[in-house]
Design a protein around this ligand. Structure first.
Ligand SMILES: Cc1cc2nc3c(=O)[nH]c(=O)nc-3n(C[C@H](O)[C@H](O)[C@H](O)COP(=O)(O)OP(=O)(O)OC[C@H]3O[C@@H](n4cnc5c(N)ncnc54)[C@H](O)[C@@H]3O)c2cc1C
Length: 258
């Protein structure tokens, strides 16, 4: 069984997240770069399966800037057997379409039985990559799973929906996306960190994947304008002169909040 886990490097959720107002791109210098937590949970799922199924090959894949090697190596320290890092100047500010094309070409090149992704990233938050990837790879896709069971030849899971839960399953090869309901990641131990230094980490460019970033036939989204978020307006203070409840009710009704 070959499991490919998609991990994205993102600005630290607890750090200062800024967009560069000239380029519209995430200002990566504003905070530390980390593996998106949902990606760590996806990797934990794959490693838990591999712990119980000898011979399982767990590989991580990331489209990320040149400097992301240390972040990707953390996934190797957690226990992934190998990593593929797609890094290319032409991917700076890549939109969902180009990112999905690039990831699909890399996954095809790596070979796979199961691709595990997060349901949504914490920076771009498009929530589209898993579905776009499954479409490009022409395989089934089980989305937003809160519990997963990987078996020989199939994957099944539970998805929470408004009216309850759905049980879904797909034959392999397939793509699944997981939610934060999945167990949290293991911490890399010293042995894992040392072993990660020797594990294979290949760095590829778009040319290695036969992808052209400015393909005239490909639909690409472009950013037109960007502006600072307006400062938050000061809230309304309600002084309680025995009628705070009434004033609050009026406020809620006026603002259609009740
Ligand atoms: C603030 C902001 C706004 C953006 N707005 C747009 C927009 O409107 N339209 C547009 O086309 N693009 C937009 N982008 C770019 C888009 O975010 C990137 O293309 C991004 O790489 C993929 O989208 P996502 O993070 O939203 O993916 P999601 O679909 O939210 O990611 C889901 C999962 O896919 C996998 N994944 C996603 N990206 C990668 C990666 N680079 N490497 C490995 N695995 C990955 C991870 O497992 C992740 O958990 C925006 C980016 C930012 C930072």
């Amino acid at each position: 069984m070959k499991i490919v886990v998609l991990v994205k490097e993102v600005p630290d959720t607890y750090g200062d997240r800024k967009l560069n107002l000239e380029t519209g791109l995430a200002d990566r210098a504003a905070s530390d770069a980390v593996i998106d937590e949902i990606g760590e949970r996806a990797l934990e799922l794959a490693l838990t399966y591999a712990d119980a199924h000898e011979g399982t090959d767990v590989a991580v894949l990331s489209v990320a800037p040149e400097g992301a090697t240390a972040t990707i190596r953390k996934a190797l320290a957690m226990g992934a057997g190998s990593a593929t890092h797609i890094s290319d100047e032409a991917l700076r500010g890549a939109d969902l379409g180009l990112t999905a094309d690039t990831l699909a070409a890399a996954v095809r090149r790596m070979g796979f039985d199961l691709v595990i992704t997060g349901n949504v990233s914490t920076d771009g938050s498009g929530g589209m990559i898993p579905a776009m990837l499954a479409e490009l790879l022409d395989v089934p896709h089980a989305t937003g799973l809160s519990a997963v069971d990987i078996s020989d030849g199939a994957v099944s899971g539970t998805r929470a929906v408004e009216s309850g839960v759905q049980q879904v399953s797909a034959d392999l090869p397939a793509v699944i996306s997981i939610t934060e309901a999945l167990p949290g990641p293991r911490f890399p131990n010293f042995k894992g960190i040392m072993a990660a230094k020797k594990k294979p980490l290949e760095v590829l460019t778009l040319a290695n994947l036969g992808i052209t970033a400015d393909d005239p036939d490909a639909a690409r989204s472009i950013m037109l304008t960007i502006a600072e978020k307006p400062p938050r307006a000061a809230g309304i203070k309600i002084l309680d002169e025995g009628d705070a409840g009434e004033k609050l009710a009026d406020f809620l009704i006026e603002n259609r909040l009740a």
